[in-house]
Design a protein around this ligand. Structure first.
Ligand SMILES: [Ca+2]
Ligand SMILES: [Ca+2]
Ligand SMILES: [Ca+2]
Ligand SMILES: [Ca+2]
Length: 400
């Protein structure tokens, strides 16, 4: 590389950083505007933005839609926000219990999956927590699990909701989970339930996600599922009907371990959090880093210090949070060497296909509409960093 090339690259790099420094911050809009609540930290919670960015689903115990006949404003209900019309649809409308929680879109945005301890179809009179599917166009519910006094939770759906992965303490494949601890299950509308994990201890296995094709599942577990985890550290696994279970992290027990894996929509990448040294020698101090795993090459890249990583569907951006003093949300461009942009104070952001629309919850008052400091839902619209001021980098370097 000659000196002119070096100078040019240096200029581009500096230009990129200058652009970031002067870039417009993401503009933030408060989606819910509510008061207080019995549990203000969870008043409006767990927002997920659809891949197109057109809709946001979340749970709320506030009165967002005037349905006074049966809304107690107390338990959690599922709400759908339409960004174009600026209106809310109240998906569930129930009384009592904890309500409906942890909603997610099918990747085509036609359906929602969530868990609920209410009797939404008449098939859950015992009101334990079951998995439900909601068709947005027809406004109809399908109860996916039908169990007695078991926990069914944390659903994630493929393209149209005909494959759903979730965690459950039920014996859904008769005889497979008679000890009733939490296992990972895959539901297929044509073949029924597959029990992915088989364990006997009451260790937590959770956070399953599934790709759009419905072929790749990832989750974390403390269990020695494939004979590679005798120290029972928290590791990340994948499952596919073709390859079965694969343990993708293999670390010495300690700290947090490896957790909260998120498979990309196309199933090619997994981002996760770990304080282990997954790229040998790169994390000797056991700091909490985000990592990206390539499903094809089975290699990890260590990204940035942070938590809650989530990839945009086009694999261009990753959003994540940090929590030194306050949790900050960041949007990072994975295709360039640009420094991440901090845009809000929160955790667990959700990201659209192109990475420029993000949904998150915040107990602060970023736009002056939340003086009571309960948890509200926000939408951030972020500038496309790559194309600002003509800067266009072919550098595919990731941070390390
Ligand atoms: Ca408020
Ligand atoms: Ca209610
Ligand atoms: Ca039931
Ligand atoms: Ca079991």
């Amino acid at each position: 590389m000659n000196s002119r090339t070096n100078w040019l690259l240096g200029s581009l790099y500096l230009a990129a950083h200058a652009v970031i420094a002067s870039a417009q911050p993401c503009s933030i809009e408060q989606v819910t505007v509510t008061a207080g609540g019995p549990f203000p930290a969870f008043a409006n919670f767990a927002p997920v933005i659809s891949i197109s960015g057109e809709k946001i689903v979340f749970q709320s115990n506030r009165l967002l839609v005037p349905v006074p006949s049966s809304s107690d404003g107390d338990n959690d209900e599922i709400f759908l926000f339409d960004r174009e019309t600026g209106t809310f649809m109240q998906v569930t409308n129930t009384q009592g219990g904890d309500g409906s929680r942890r909603s997610a879109f099918s990747k085509d945005e036609s359906r929602l999956v969530f868990d609920s301890d209410r009797d939404l179809t008449g098939a859950n009179p015992d009101m334990n927590r079951e998995i439900f599917l909601f068709d947005i166009a027809s406004r109809t519910f399908t109860q996916i699990t039908d169990t007695t006094s078991a926990l069914n939770t944390n659903p994630s759906a493929n393209i149209n909701g005909d494959r759903i992965v979730f965690a459950s303490s039920a014996d859904l494949v008769p005889g497979g989970n008679t000890d009733g601890n939490v296992e990972i299950f895959l539901y297929d509308s044509s073949t029924g339930f597959t029990q992915i994990t088989h364990s006997t201890r009451s260790a937590f296995q959770g956070a399953p996600t599934i790709d759009s094709e419905g072929n790749l599942v990832t989750f974390h577990s403390f269990v020695d599922l494939v004979g590679m985890n005798p120290d029972e550290s928290r590791e990340v696994f994948t499952y596919s009907p073709e390859s079965g279970l694969v343990q993708i992290t293999d670390s010495i027990k300690g700290g947090l371990g490896s957790l909260t894996p998120q498979v990309s929509v196309d199933g090619s990448k997994i981002v996760l959090v770990s304080d282990r040294d997954l790229v040998p020698g790169m994390n000797p101090d056991n700091d909490v880093y985000t990592f990206m795993y390539d499903v094809g090459t089975r290699e990890f890249v260590q990204l940035v210090e942070g938590r809650d990583p989530l990839l945009s569907a086009d694999l261009r951006y990753m959003t994540y949070s940090t929590s030194e003093f306050v949790a900050r949300l960041y949007l990072a461009d994975l295709t360039t060497v640009q420094v991440p942009t901090a845009f809000a104070i929160s955790t667990f952001p959700s990201i659209s296909k192109h990475g420029l629309l993000l949904a998150f919850r915040d107990r602060g008052d970023p736009v002056g509409l939340n003086p009571d400091g309960n948890s509200e839902i926000y939408l951030a619209t972020c500038p496309d960093l790559l194309f600002q001021d003509g800067f266009e980098s072919g550098d595919t370097t990731l941070w390390n």
